[in-house]
Design a protein around this ligand. Structure first.
Ligand code: PMV
Length: 383
């Protein structure tokens, strides 16, 4: 079946039976011409969290995220067709134009997993240049935006072999490939809110890739703001991979997966109706439950810092005394994301300056907001 007949596959979505096979190439094996492609992909922040997975990189529960606008990765991939064919891919990685070997193991594993779906990977050498718009040391993970940008670049090269490929297929396969690199990366492709994981409240949802949620959201949620308070710069002590693994045999795993499924339906209802109290309740409960899972893992660990708890308490007090609908969420780290409607931005920024900046490492915070997803670029920054 040619990939341009994507909608022939739609029925598989609807009965939840779509399989990985759908993303195997449908064209005769070919070597692309040498070329350069550039994509920018944003970071995302989950409202309903993905925590726990099944092989291969499939979520134990459905999740949903806001796509950010300013925190993004820009990646340029130059493909050099090999003169002599061998069976192994090869690549170089330049981060901010400096050769960086620390990315190699993750990239190596990604190329190996993606080979089956992109057979041309072994027919060339890839030069990968990448840069983030947020500082490396900020404690904001770049794996979601980074893997999404790389997957999109590889899809552009595949499209040169299969020009009839539909845009839907291109985006779904980019999300599918990004997921193989880092689960949450599949939510960094397209759309301001993205769901990943098969769920009855989200039509066409799949465990294999993320889908944009196109509900008629209440106007409160248009232009939503995310200010990221940097409590801890640098790498976190326990990786997400290790954290996901600890959900196997976790005493509360099953209840947690069920809770996430319910929270996702309730969140969609709250956002459609403009019920900010319900939205805030779900989002904060999701953040605290994520960290409760870490604290009740075996071995247990804590990623929040004293400053994280001080910020949470200050946010609760500020919300109570002003009735301003601000809430927090947390990633797998100590930093705090403050979420609020644009209409209260100036009040929230004064609150941050007066009360919260003291808890931020080196006084740092990053102002971001809802974005629309990745875009293809013609020029790499500063080149
Ligand atoms: O995509 P990973 O494997 O880095 O896991 C991400 C997990 C959380 O960020 C904590 C939650 C989420 O859904 O993004």
């Amino acid at each position: 079946m040619p990939s341009s007949h994507f909608f022939n596959g739609w029925k598989y979505y609807l009965c939840g039976m779509m399989s990985e096979q759908f993303f195997l190439p449908k064209y005769e094996p070919k070597v692309p011409s040498s070329q350069t492609v550039i994509w920018s992909a944003p970071s995302n922040i989950a409202l309903v969290k993905y925590w726990g997975k099944k092989p291969v990189q499939l979520p134990a529960n459905a999740s949903v995220s806001f796509t950010l606008s300013n925190c993004k990765t820009i990646t340029e991939v130059t493909f050099f067709a090999k003169k002599l064919k061998d069976d192994k891919h090869s690549f170089d990685v330049l981060v901010d134009d400096v050769s960086n070997e620390s990315f190699r193991p993750k990239m190596e594993s990604f190329f190996t997993k993606a080979q089956e779906y992109l057979p041309f990977l072994s027919s060339g050498h890839f030069q990968i240049r990448t840069t983030n718009t947020f500082p490396h040391s900020s404690g904001i993970a770049s794996s979601a935006s980074g893997m999404a940008a790389l997957a999109l670049c590889l899809m552009s090269i595949e499209k040169s072999l299969d020009p009839t490929m539909s845009e839907d297929f291109f985006l779904a396969k980019a999300s599918f490939l990004a997921r193989l690199g880092s689960g949450s990366a599949c939510r960094s492709i397209k759309g301001s809110m993205v769901a990943w994981g098969s769920h009855p409240a989200v039509s066409n949802s799949s465990d294999l890739f993320g889908v944009p949620l196109r509900q008629p959201w209440h106007e409160f949620f248009l232009n939503y703001q995310d200010t990221i308070l940097i409590v801890e710069e640098g790498q976190k002590q326990v990786s997400s991979t290790a954290g996901h693994d600890l959900m196997h045999n976790h005493p509360f795993a099953q209840q947690r997966f069920e809770q996430a499924e319910t929270n996702l339906s309730d969140l969609i209802t709250a956002m459609t109706q403009g019920d900010l109290d319900e939205f805030i309740g779900i989002v904060e409960s999701e953040a605290l439950t994520l960290h409760a899972m870490m604290m009740t893992s075996n071995p247990a660990y804590v990623l929040m810092q004293p400053a994280t708890l001080s910020i949470i308490t200050a946010v609760w007090n500020f919300r109570k005394s002003t009735q301003i609908p601000i809430c927090f969420t947390l990633d797998a780290g100590a930093n705090v994301h403050l979420l609020y409607p644009k209409s209260v931005k100036s009040e929230v920024l004064s609150f941050i300056e007066q009360e919260l900046v003291a808890y931020c490492q080196n006084g740092r915070y990053i102002c971001d907001e809802l974005g629309e997803g990745s875009i293809q670029l013609n020029v790499y920054p500063n080149s």
